[in-house]
Design a protein around this ligand. Structure first.
Ligand SMILES: [Zn+2]
Length: 512
């Protein structure tokens, strides 16, 4: 039997600007999911990348007096640096300027044209240049785009149109029946009511080359370039190597989860699945819409000067602290606020106190009582059997929570094991056992503690890979951490007596 697969995507990020903490949020979540599903024994593929065509990039490159490709290369370098700084390991970083992507886009457009899905016409509609999206009247607040506070242009130009209107019923049905699942539920309901209320118009898929030169020329009319969204959506296919790499494509398609923020849900729930239907390709299984960030209660913006640079942040606090904080602070799927003050509080309480202390209490006792050598455990008491049962319960709940993208709740579950282990030290009081010469009991307690730390380490690995590796090395276990699976986290007694633990520097020195 073949193994289950898991394919996750982030949106490809538009390169008119450098990476910020908002991009990091989505990408960290995708990385954690990928690592978790691998741990759970699935074949996982994690795709991210950059969206590099279109008028805004063209203008940004002009503003920087650089040829667009050189400009894109520079920003892409910054994205890759940010992902490296945050311990993010994608399986592919797709760029819409990759030659094989451009060729695939041309082939798709030719196929859609040949199949009668594209026709020439005029398009007249309200268009927000900030969003690079068409707007309906009901989207506007006081006649302006609510996101960009500017009046949309009325666009009328000769262009090629994709027959989006013919897909309305099928889209509505797939979304209603969760064939294309949209979560959280309120986002699904928004899309359902949108599709019930508004009549979809055929959508322009081209711009005149005169106006937008930085784009992929239409194969059947090179005086037009491809509308940036159509180009961008196809990355989810080409990022798997489609159409040439059939094996990889068939192994991972369709996406199990596509992550995005709410500003791009509508285009993802209309144009993207319609393109797939027209191509006869299976639809994605789920979109998960995460919330927006404010910073210290304010919307993040360049003019306010509160844009957070992920590279600088990870240099200061470490990648894992950022990963932990950003996912534990508020539920994935809801809006939340980011503040350095909360980051530092969370660092001190959850990381330095809870997790850090567990290690800094256990390892020195091991050195003191056993010279670091893991003892052979004796008989278990109810104290140990209860701890084991509760921890195994957490592991069982984790798969369901992670499947629902409840990342914050998953971390909270793992932290209950951390807290149980700390409490176990207090209750079992190894120092008293040592003083009273209860050697067999002492050995059982110290062994159980190490075994519990081993399990915590496996469970935290997807969230905090660097920290988990450090703890693993202190435990001295010979097998590699990345070879461990979730079933190793439900099994006890996996540490070979005699294994030598080593004390290292504190994992999370307190921030004063
Ligand atoms: Zn706008």
């Amino acid at each position: 039997m073949s193994r289950e697969k898991f394919y996750v995507t982030t949106p490809i990020y538009y390169v008119n600007d450098v990476p910020h903490i908002g991009h990091s949020y989505t990408t960290i979540a995708a990385d954690v999911l990928t690592r978790y599903h691998r741990l759970a024994g699935r074949d996982a593929f994690f795709l991210t990348g950059t969206d590099e065509h279109g008028i805004k990039v063209q203008q940004a490159a002009e503003g920087a007096s650089k040829p667009p490709q050189v400009f894109c290369d520079g920003i892409v370098g910054q994205f890759k640096k940010a992902w490296q700084a945050l311990n993010i390991k994608y399986d592919n970083f797709i760029r819409t300027t990759d030659v094989h992507h451009e060729e695939a886009v041309k082939k798709v457009l030719q196929d859609l044209h040949d199949g009668g899905f594209i026709h020439k016409g005029k398009y007249e509609a309200l268009y927000c240049i900030g969003c690079e999206q068409f707007k309906t009247k009901s989207d506007l607040v006081d006649g302006k785009c609510p996101d960009h506070k500017m009046e949309p242009e009325v666009r009328s130009e000769e262009c090629y149109l994709f027959k989006l209107s013919t897909f309305q019923e099928r889209l509505l049905k797939s979304i209603k029946k969760d064939e294309l699942k949209i979560r959280p539920l309120e986002r699904k309901n928004e899309m359902v009511s949108f599709l019930e209320r508004e009549e979809l118009q055929d959508v322009s898929i081209s711009r005149s080359k005169e106006k937008v030169s930085w784009g992929i020329p239409l194969p059947f009319d090179p005086s037009h370039t491809t509308y940036v969204w159509v180009d961008a959506f196809l990355n989810y296919l080409t990022g798997l190597g489609w159409p040439a790499d059939r094996r990889n494509f068939e192994g991972f398609w369709p996406p199990d989860v596509q992550l995005m923020a709410k500003d791009i849900l509508r285009v993802h729930a209309t144009i993207w699945p319609s393109l797939l239907m027209a191509l006869g390709v299976e639809l994605p299984r789920e979109y998960f819409i995460h919330g927006y960030f404010t910073v210290n209660g304010e919307k993040m913006s360049k003019s306010l000067g509160n844009v957070i640079d992920p590279i600088q942040l990870s240099r200061q606090y470490g990648a894992d602290a950022i990963r932990y904080f950003i996912l534990s602070e508020f539920p994935f799927g809801q809006d939340g606020d980011f503040s350095i003050k909360r980051l530092e509080e969370c660092y001190n309480s959850d990381l330095a106190n809870d997790l850090g202390n567990l290690l800094h209490r256990t390892i020195p006792m091991m050195e003191k009582y056993y010279g670091g050598k893991t003892p052979e455990p004796g008989e278990l008491t109810t104290l140990e059997t209860e701890l084991r049962e509760k921890a195994s319960g957490v592991v069982r709940r984790l798969d369901r929570l992670m499947g629902q993208l409840k990342l914050r709740e998953s971390l909270a579950e793992i932290w209950t094991v951390v807290n149980m282990a700390n409490k176990y030290i207090d209750t079992a009081a190894p120092w008293a056992l040592a003083r009273e010469g209860k050697t067999e009991r002492l050995a059982t307690v110290m062994y159980t503690l190490l075994d519990c730390i081993r399990i915590i380490t496996i469970l935290t690995f997807p969230f905090m890979p660097e920290t988990a590796e450090k703890i693993w090395s202190q435990l001295g276990i010979r097998e590699s951490l990345s070879d461990q699976t979730i079933s190793d986290a439900t099994a006890w007694g996996r540490i070979q007596p005699g294994t030598v633990v080593t004390k290292e520097k504190p994992l999370f020195p307190r921030i004063e």
